[in-house]
Design a protein around this ligand. Sequence first.
Ligand SMILES: [Zn+2]
Ligand SMILES: [Zn+2]
Length: 237
Amino acid sequence: MHGTMKVLGRADLHMHTTFSDGWPSPTQLVDHVIRHTDLDVIAVTDHDTIEGALRAADRAGSRRRLQVIVGEEVSSRDGHILALFLERRIRPGMSAAATVNAIHEQGGLAVAAHPFWRTGRQVRSGPVHGVGWLAAELDFDAVEVENATPGFYVFNRLARRLNLGLGAPEIGSSDAHILDAVGRAYTEFPGRSTADLMTAIKRGETEAGRSRYRAVGLMRYAAWGFNHQRYAVAAAR
Ligand SMILES: [Zn+2]
Ligand SMILES: [Zn+2]
């Protein structure tokens, strides 16, 4: 062994509750994380609302075991953007650039979620989920290079490749809509707290990782049905 041993914390910064299209309630989500995972930090990021995140933060309360970041997955006109460390909701429907600005205005961090996720062919009128190459052009604080949604292998590869050139801080997150998915992708960072995590993102000291699904988890995900469509936004007109 050489060098100093660093305490590494583990975070899952992208998950959904019943306040958008997730299955678990904020309470079920927090209780599950505490009982069944080794996550130190989570961000609850429902589509276009922070209500679920606020409830999850309440549930975690002052328990030392887990800290909850109030987040939102904002449906910008150009694709989904994760907003972390929010005080107020960011409204959907703005351009990606305006969304990133609005997040920064309240001291939050903006993450390009699954930047290369496109459903179907890349027709101009089709739904856009990720911001694509805007991840490189705008002032994002981090790029989600691992997203644990089943079937995202190629999208993750593309995101990693983009980020090789970009060198932005990397995030791994589950995008969990069911409890089995929680922590299947994660972000490791020096320290344990939300403040440590924020520092690590700003310094580019985060590392994205993966852990396998249990078979039953994949079956439950199939049952959930990848029902993201409701939150898809129209591509460039
Ligand atoms: Zn999304
Ligand atoms: Zn999501």
